[in-house]
Design a protein around this ligand. Structure first.
Ligand code: 3PG
Length: 200
C-alpha cells in the first residue's frame, strides 16, 4: 500500500503484452501491479514481469482458490489480492508468507479478519458496496483497518477515497484500457499511470 497511491488491476489475454505493459506502468510511477488470475495467460504474465521488469512489484489478483496462492508465489508474485475471503483461502494466502489483501464489503467480514490478525484489506466492490462514505463510516468503529478500495474506482473518484485516513491505496482497471493494450499503445498507459501516480 505504501508503494503508490494506485495499484493497476490488469487483465491480460496475451502474456506477450505483460513486459511492455508493466514497464510503461513503472515508467509512469506505478510499481505495484496486480495481474488478475482471470485469464490463462495470467501466471505466465506474472512470471515475465517478475523476471524482466526492473522496479516492478507484481502481485496476483482474483486469488479465489486456495491453490492459486501457491501457484502465484511460484510464478513470482510478491503480493496476493482476493475479492473476498474464506478461512481456507486466508490460511493459504498467509501460508505463502507474502503480503495479502483479502476482500471485504461489510463490518462483520472486516471483524472476522481482524480476529485472525489481518488488518489490511481490499474493499470490493467499492462503489457498489457504498463507496467512500461507507469506508468513512467504518473508520469510526474499526480505525485499525486499512483498505484498498477497488471496483468502480476511477480518476474522478479516486481522490475522495485517498483522502480517507483508513485508505492506503486504491486499485482499478482504468490504467490499462483494453483498446490501448490491444494496440500496444504503451505511451498512453504510461501517461495514465503518471496521472494516477500524481494522485498521491
Ligand atoms: C477488481 O478486481 O479489483 C476489479 O475488477 C476492478 O474493477 P474496475 O474495472 O471497476 O476497476
Amino acid at each position: 500500500m505504501a508503494l503508490a497511491p494506485v495499484v493497476p488491476v490488469v487483465v491480460l489475454d496475451d502474456a506477450e503484452a505483460a513486459v511492455p505493459l508493466a514497464a510503461a506502468l513503472v515508467a509512469g510511477g506505478l510499481p505495484a501491479i496486480e495481474v488478475t488470475l482471470r485469464t490463462p495467460a495470467a501466471l505466465e504474465a506474472i512470471r515475465r514481469i517478475a523476471g524482466e521488469v526492473p522496479g516492478a512489484v507484481v502481485g496476483a489478483g482474483t486469488v479465489v482458490r486456495a491453490e492459486d496462492a501457491e501457484l502465484s508465489l511460484k510464478a513470482g508474485a510478491r503480493f496476493l489480492v482476493s475479492p473476498g475471503c474464506t478461512p481456507a483461502l486466508r490460511a493459504a494466502m498467509a501460508g505463502t508468507g507474502l503480503p495479502f489483501l483479502p476482500g471485504v464489503s461489510s463490518a462483520s467480514e472486516a471483524m472476522a479478519l481482524l480476529e485472525q490478525g489481518v488488518a489490511e484489506m481490499k474493499f470490493f466492490p467499492a462503489e457498489a458496496a457504498g463507496g467512500a462514505p461507507f469506508l468513512k463510516a467504518l473508520g469510526g468503529p474499526l480505525p485499525q483497518v486499512r483498505f484498498c478500495p477497488t471496483g468502480g474506482v476511477t480518476p474522478g473518484n479516486a481522490a475522495s477515497y485517498l483522502a480517507l485516513p483508513n485508505v492506503g491505496c486504491v486499485g482499478g482497471t482504468w490504467l490499462t484500457p483494453k483498446d490501448a493494450v490491444a494496440a500496444g499503445d504503451w505511451k498512453r498507459v504510461e501517461e495514465l499511470a503518471r496521472q494516477a501516480a500524481s494522485l498521491g
